[in-house]
Design a protein around this ligand. Structure first.
Ligand code: GLY
Length: 577
């Protein structure tokens, strides 16, 4: 991208940022009930929604300059690695769903991390056969072989229109010249500091002011990350997988005893897969297939719920929440047994998403009371969530739609950054089932199909989704939130289709979550004590909780795009033009 264009982008950011800052911060700081959508973002030409307003404006600039949704999404993917480092990344992985306006086809790009070739099934077990959480979540062994650079590059090469150099240019500028730190970024850094202390690179980048993260409003520059992005811009993904960046990653692994080798990086490939496809009350649902569990269980749950007149029950009525919770339990129980990397063992996707199977499951739901989850493991916590993955959605005037979720797993991943690169490494290896039957960080139980094996992709819950009406894109959404991703996406779809909410209402409405084990129903506080009490009477152990998910969504109705950034997470922005 020519220098004058870059300057134009930055000028445009500042202008739009200053114009929208008041509204955005009012949204961000407003309490729960001002989740009520009073400020619809709608437009005819395109819409960009993300958890980070700078990234949204990066995407919007690309669209305005004539780029398509894939160009914008890739530019955003690189920009988020700079401006939203807790989850935006080069050292992680994710999934991108692309609907192509030209052909009407939808493709799923799998750029999930892989286990290094030296990984072993029992690598996270201690001498007593118990899972060593420190090792699986916070050590150099927790890092999977990153997929993001391969995934974004593949998307651009296949479906984009601009060169990679141009797609990374704004990210380079943001890394080199810096951007103003938000209160939220500072807070997330303070929370992650203990985990990042082990990494001199992380400390140099984020805590160089006497061990303090930059104050709100200070400019954060990331010179080493700018170097990495320039390498990618100049030499393409090869820079990361075989070139100068690969050398630094392998040197770091050799020095620390980590498992990722030159061969792991050189052999990594993003994969284009067929989306998993279903239908719900006449709409077509397209979502991420395995190695994400998201799409399969989203469709499984929608199929079960199709057997109930949900709109008659009313949104978040006791009867509605009960049917939803029982449905969630049934799907997550299946997840623990049947899902894993399809390149290693077959996943019975067709059976799990069949309407017939869903009918059988629906018949097992007792309308009067909760059915206890069978295998309760007391003390399986679901940690605070919502900040550890990120989703963005882009729709353009050519009919293309991108729904992308990517992650480092935890906030700032393993906390470890590769010296000289500014690249934070994921701790995605914890998403494998280190010991079948033992919960991972999200309290999720995995089975044999998700055991560790060299070169295998760990199971995910990421659920980037596109819904078509009469074969045209109608709704696109996705969310961070670990195990709660799938149920968050489910409820946005139900709110729009069954409860006829606008996208902003659908995103704002209080959510519930059940994942079979632990046998606890999580109900957002905003749903009210009345609903919690009624569900307790039905036999649920109810926990009232803070935000569930942070969905970033777009609908297209009567030719207009409507965007909604989830106000559960401060700092997001939906912007169209
Ligand atoms: N790391 C969370 C997920 O992929 O589901």
């Amino acid at each position: 991208m020519p220098a004058d264009s870059i300057l134009k982008y930055i000028f445009a950011f500042c202008l739009v940022l200053s114009l929208s800052a008041a509204a955005t911060s009012a949204r961000a700081e407003s309490g729960s009930l001002s989740r009520d959508p009073t400020e619809p973002a709608s437009s005819r030409n395109g819409m960009v929604v993300s958890e980070d307003k700078i990234a949204t404006l990066v995407g919007l600039s690309v669209l305005k300059e004539g780029g398509n949704a894939v160009d914008a999404a890739v530019a955003m993917g690189f920009a988020l690695a700079v401006t939203y480092p807790r989850a935006g990344n080069l050292g992680g992985g994710g999934f991108m769903l692309v609907h192509l306006g030209g052909t009407g086809k939808t493709v799923a790009i799998d750029y999930r991390e892989k286990a290094p070739l030296k990984a072993t099934r029992r690598m996270f077990l201690d001498e007593n056969g118990n899972v060593d959480i420190e090792r699986s979540r916070h050590s150099v062994y927790s890092c999977g072989v990153p997929g993001t650079v391969a995934g974004l590059s593949l998307a651009l090469e296949k479906y984009g229109t601009i060169p990679l150099g141009r797609a990374v240019a704004t990210a380079i500028k943001l890394a080199e010249e810096g951007f103003a730190v938000s209160a939220e970024l500072r807070k997330s850094l303070l929370e992650a500091k203990e985990r990042m202390k082990k990494s001199s690179e992380s400390m140099d980048v984020f805590f160089k002011n006497n061990g303090e993260p930059p104050r709100k409003g200070k400019i954060l520059r990331q010179k080493n990350l700018a170097w990495s992005l320039k390498e990618i811009g100049r030499n393409g993904p090869l820079a990361f997988y075989r070139g100068a960046i690969a050398k630094k990653i392998t040197a770091y692994m050799e020095k620390t005893g980590g498992l990722i080798t030159k061969r792991d990086l050189a052999s990594y490939q993003a994969v284009i897969r067929e989306p998993v496809t279903g239908s719900y009350r006449g709409y077509k649902i397209l979502s991420m297939p395995p190695p994400s569990s998201g799409g399969v269980h989203l469709i499984e749950m929608l199929n079960i719920l199709e057997n109930y007149p949900l709109s008659q029950y009313g949104h978040n009525s006791t009867r509605y929440a009960h049917v939803l919770s029982e449905t969630m339990k049934l799907a997550y129980a299946d997840r623990s047994e049947h899902l894993g990397d399809p390149d290693f063992s077959p996943v019975p996707t067709e059976q799990l998403i069949s309407k017939q199977y869903a009918k059988r499951l629906a018949n097992r739901i007792n309308p009067a009371k909760a059915t206890p989850s069978k295998y309760i493991k007391p003390g399986s916590p679901i940690p605070g969530q919502g900040t550890n993955t990120t989703h963005f959605t882009v729709a353009d005037r050519f009919g293309n739609v991108v729904s992308n979720t990517y992650t480092l797993n935890f906030s700032y991943g393993s906390g470890l950054a590769v010296p000289g690169t500014g690249i934070l490494l994921n701790n995605e290896m914890d998403d494998f089932s280190a010991k079948p039957g033992t919960p991972n960080a999200y309290g999720l139980i995995g089975g044999e199909k998700n055991s560790i094996a060299p070169g295998k992709r760990m199971l995910s819950s990421m659920t980037p989704t596109i819904v078509l009406k009469d074969e045209e894109p109608f709704l696109a959404t996705g969310s961070p939130g670990g195990s709660r991703i799938i149920t968050s996406v489910l409820q946005v779809i139900l709110n729009v289709i069954d409860h006829k909410m606008s996208i902003r209402e659908a995103v704002a409405a209080p959510r519930i979550h059940h994942q079979w084990l632990p046998d606890t129903l999580y109900v957002e506080k905003e749903a009210g004590e009345g609903l919690a009490a009624a569900l307790r009477k039905k036999g649920y152990e109810v926990k009232r909780t803070g935000p569930i998910g942070s969905t970033q969504s777009v609908t297209r109705v009567n030719g207009f795009f409507h965007g909604a950034a989830d106000s559960r997470h401060p700092g997001g922005l939906a912007q169209g033009y």
